[in-house]
Design a binder for this molecule. Structure first.
Ligand SMILES: Cc1cc2nc3c(=O)[nH]c(=O)nc-3n(C[C@H](O)[C@H](O)[C@H](O)COP(=O)(O)O)c2cc1C
Length: 678
């Protein structure tokens, strides 16, 4: 609705002038504010730079409190990543300028508002205009917009304007007030000097904002990435910030009560039920602050090596029936390759034409003993298909998948036609970027039957696919023993051992250069385990260690993994053709994403299933003599656990363990998309 239509709508309710509307609309404020104060607010002008997490909600809170004039600034548009906290972020507004959306929202509350927009970044040439006639600035700038913040705060002090900043830190809000008449300036309080490194600026700001930080206790610091300017932030905290900052703004505009500017600080953390306030003498030059700065810097340096997958930006583009932008197709393929693959070999290739994506199997990517007849790689291709299908839904696109269109011998695994169909977004979409292999030990607590049934239901529409659970304690123990036996072969088979050595990325540098394989830390082997993996890399050492029986340590780790889980599941499919395993791979990924969505962890344990396929396809002779006897026993025990599965006839897609596990810190990488185009 435009401004005139909004005002006409108000008139339908018998309120014909601005004054009549303001009196009625804000009448419930009276009792906490007087009518004279309400009038003063109506004439006041508040500047809010930034319409994101806190800025957007500041504008709405001040509008509902009755402030009549605003200067607002923002140059950004809404993306899906804003949804968790930003007031104006709604799916219909993805791609729209934040400032335009927030102005619309504020006017729909009070169409008589005067709002001056600053669609460019605040800078030296527009700062005076931005502060012109303003009583209070409420800071809504991005945490990392340091230079602009510094310019704004210092200039506001010179021009006699108050500034309030309230930062959402964890569940808490940390607030400071900068007065033009008393207290410390921005530079004095945060101890900012020209030429400071940007990381030091951010840290100084964060530590000065919350001198008695409560959120550090429960926040995962590895999620703070000063280089890529990202960190965790909650809507809950943004709302608290707004309540605290707006209260101070009202006190300043109405001259009510004593204002306590920096070095006074105020922090409210409802998560820990703590309110902390005080006076930070000398600001960041305080000796205790200096020590804290040093400690936090060290902690962050350590976290630098913890990899967070780079989630590609969601393309804010319009799709029509006629054409799908390349950007969208690339995004869908990028989502595809976030899929799992044996040892992260990434055995796939792509091409696209018009609205069709073609997925090919790269037979050279995984030459391992495990990848019998490319089954492991085909399962991964199935997982890619599923990710692409789900990601397409985020663009109103349905998919028509044609499996093996050039026959079962060909590398072309599937063609995927994208069809514009205003479909609803698949709820598993967000999990594509969160899913990972979690090799830590999980809690042993049982998983509710509701969740187990939900997992079964999630794949019920894929023909021929079945999901079987082992959740009883005794049965899990039996299975753990079976896996213990099978996994001994992992270290006793030279080709398997050497291949693993090739796929482990022993240093962080190697991991980020190659962007495939398994970063050592991703294996969650612990300090001793990492030394073991490094030392046993040459076969002659591993062989020696096997001979003295210490090689069984690896299999023992698998045993413990199963024991420390809520359950194990087996996915099977009614056949053993490539199409069966492609569909099996789709089921694997769908279940894995659903497991992720339920907050659970998962780890494939595929030696047993892939050895079984090898036994079927290549015969027992493809195993060493001593392993043939071991495996014969294993198959018998295995069949006794999965009685309802016709093991010789059905394709074994994946065995995996699952449960409540702590989040992993070191994730796997993916090669750049350009490596996968044919
Ligand atoms: C067919 C297949 C077999 C796998 N087998 C195992 C396995 O036996 N043990 C394991 O820890 N991870 C296994 N994985 C997980 C991969 O190592 C993992 O997907 C890959 O390293 C990428 O990491 P991500 O899943 O965290 O994205 C398997 C994955 C696939 C697709």
């Amino acid at each position: 609705m435009d401004k005139t239509s909004l005002i006409n709508k108000i008139k339908e309710f018998g309120l014909n002038t601005r004054e009549e509307y303001m009196a009625e609309a804000f009448s419930r404020n009276i009792g906490l504010l007087t009518q004279a104060e309400q009038d003063k607010l109506a004439n006041a002008k508040v500047a809010i730079p930034g319409m994101g997490g806190v800025g957007g909600v500041h504008l709405i809170t001040m509008t509902r409190t009755g402030v009549g004039n605003f200067h607002i600034a923002d140059f950004d548009t809404y993306d899906p990543v804003n949804i968790n906290r930003q007031f104006g972020a709604r799916v219909p507004d993805f791609g729209r300028p934040k400032m335009e959306v927030m102005k619309e929202q504020a006017l729909s509350i009070n169409p008589y508002l005067e709002i001056k927009e600053f669609p460019e970044e605040i800078n030296a040439s527009n700062i005076d205009d931005f502060l012109d006639g303003v009583q209070v600035v409420i800071d809504g700038l991005d945490f990392f917009a340091f230079d602009i913040r510094r310019l704004l705060f210092n200039r506001a002090r010179e021009k006699g304007v108050y500034v309030i900043t309230a930062g959402p830190l964890g569940f808490s809000s940390a607030m400071l007030i900068f007065s033009p008449h008393e207290g410390m300036s921005f530079d004095e309080y945060f101890n900012i000097v020209d030429g400071m490194a940007s990381q030091d600026q951010y840290l100084s700001f964060a530590l000065g904002l919350a001198p008695r930080a409560t959120h550090i206790k429960y926040m995962d610091l590895s999620r703070v990435d000063l280089e890529s300017k990202a960190g965790p932030s909650l809507n809950i905290a943004c709302q608290i910030c707004s309540g605290m900052a707006a209260t101070e703004a009202v006190r300043i505009i109405l001259n009510k009560g004593r204002i306590k500017p920096a070095p006074y600080f105020f922090q409210f953390d409802p998560f820990l039920q703590k309110y902390r306030k005080g006076k930070l003498y000398m600001g960041n030059r305080n000796p205790i602050q200096k020590i804290k700065l040093r400690v936090v810097k060290k902690l962050l340096a350590r976290n630098k090596w913890k990899y967070k997958p780079s989630i590609p930006e969601f393309p804010a583009v319009k799709i029509t029936k006629e054409s799908i932008p390349k950007k969208v197709i690339r995004y869908i393929i990028r989502a595809g390759i976030q899929a799992p693959s044996g040892d992260n070999a990434q055995p796939w290739e792509f091409s696209f034409k018009d609205n069709n994506i073609f997925l090919y199997l790269n037979r050279d990517a995984d030459p391992s003993f495990f990848n019998i007849n490319q089954i492991a790689s085909i399962i991964s291709c199935g997982a890619v298909l599923e990710n692409m299908r789900i990601a397409a839904s985020a663009f109103d696109l349905n998919t028509n998948i044609n499996y093996l269109p050039s026959g079962i011998e060909d590398d072309l695994m599937a063609s995927i036609e994208l069809i514009y169909n205003e479909t609803s977004i698949n709820p598993l979409f967000a999990s594509i970027w969160k899913r990972n292999t979690n090799r830590t030990f999980y809690e042993k607590k049982p998983i509710s039957s509701i969740v187990l049934n939900d997992l079964k239901k999630s794949i019920s529409d894929i023909p021929g696919i079945k999901l079987h659970f082992v959740v009883e304690k005794d049965e899990l123990k039996k299975l753990a023993k079976i896996i213990y036996k099978t996994d001994q072969i992992r270290t006793e088979n030279r080709s398997l051992h050497e291949y693993l050595g090739k796929m482990i990325r022993y240093s962080h540098k190697e991991a980020i250069e190659k962007c495939d394989g398994l970063p050592l830390k991703n294996l969650e082997a612990g300090f001793a385990g990492e030394i073991f993996l490094k030392a046993t890399r040459p076969w002659f050492i591993m062989n020696l260690i096997n001979k003295i029986g210490v090689g069984k340590m690896v299999a023992l780790h698998s045993f413990q993994g199963i024991i420390n889980s809520s359950g194990v599941a087996l996915i099977t499919v009614d056949g053993m053709n490539p199409e069966d395993f492609l569909k099996g791979g789709q089921a694997v990924e769908r279940i894995w994403l659903a497991i992720t969505q339920h907050g659970l962890a998962m780890q494939p344990m595929t030696a047993i299933t892939l050895f079984w396929q090898r036994w079927q396809l290549e015969g027992k002779k493809s195993f060493a003599k001593k392993h043939r006897k071991l495996l014969r026993d294993v198959w018998e025990e295995y069949q006794s656990l999965f009685r309802e599965v016709n093991i010789p006839k059905e394709g074994q897609v994946m065995l995996f363990r699952f449960g409540y596990g702590k989040e992993i810190k070191y994730k796997t990488y993916r090669k750049d998309l350009k490596h996968f185009f044919k």
